[in-house]
Design a protein. Structure first.
Length: 252
């Protein structure tokens, strides 16, 4: 099966080369890598030209933000499976996409996901946080749980049936989409218990306390949108505990 991998970027020349190499070096043979650039003013496109000989499609134009760019990528994708790798992320090993393909073939599931490590911006070998996921169980999103979105792969048919990212969510559209798919629509999923992606610290959500509060407010709104209710106390406590564990736990 073909796996479409979408990278959205804007002024990402410092990190996108690593992202491109991590896709190019995958051992899996049927990959469609799509770059959706927001009209970068730096040398991002020059880096793509140098490091992205494998890239199948490049679009560079203004967009309405990261989720609008992701929706463009979904529209361009022709693979049976669709995943995202951000311009400051990279795959944890050269076999990640082979493992993803094997998981879909083995399980027949609509989606799969795995674990993620946050690494230092200056030293990508130093793990700062380890986000270990788990098998989805109904009600998990009510407690603030969700899979790490960069590890979330979905069949193209699901995007066509259920739609893409809701642009009314500026920070948590990825949470809303995964909650809508897994919690509301109950698509089937398969958990791969290994680190699939490494992400550099410093993303939009984590840049300030204000953004963290805004994200959690959007998460609550996303749950309400799909008809879910949760206790605010339980939600906050679970988020705090899970975040604290991520800073202590390390992958084996």
């Amino acid at each position: 099966m073909k796996i479409s991998v979408i990278t959205v970027c804007y002024n990402s020349d410092e990190t996108i080369g690593h992202t491109l190499r991590s896709v190019r070096e995958q051992t899996y043979g049927n990959i469609e890598h799509i770059i959706v650039d927001g009209g970068s003013k730096d040398t991002t496109l020059a880096v793509v030209a140098t490091e992205g000989q494998h890239v199948a499609k490049i679009v560079s134009e203004r967009d309405e933000g990261i989720y609008d760019a992701m929706n463009k990528g979904i529209t361009l994708a022709t693979g049976e499976i669709v995943g995202f790798i951000n311009a400051d992320d990279f795959y944890a090993s050269t076999s990640v996409l082979a493992d993803v393909a094997a998981a879909f073939s083995k399980s027949g599931a609509d989606s799969c996901y795995g674990d993620l490590c946050y690494v230092s911006q200056t030293d990508s070998t130093r793990v700062v946080r380890y986000w270990r996921s788990k098998d989805f169980v109904p009600g998990a999103f009510d407690e603030g749980w969700c899979p790490p979105h960069p590890t979330f792969f979905v069949r193209q048919s699901v995007y066509k049936r259920l739609g893409g990212f809701d642009l009314s969510f500026k920070i948590a559209a990825d949470f809303e989409l995964m909650a809508r798919y897994l919690e509301a629509a109950r698509i089937t999923s398969y958990y791969i218990p290994e680190v699939l992606v490494k992400m550099r610290l410093g993303g939009t959500t984590n840049r300030s306390l204000s953004n963290i509060f805004k994200q959690n407010a959007e998460i609550r709104r996303a749950l309400s949108k799909i008809g879910r209710r949760s206790s605010m106390v339980s939600f906050v406590l679970n988020k705090l505990v899970s975040r604290a564990i991520q800073f202590v736990r390390r992958p084996v």
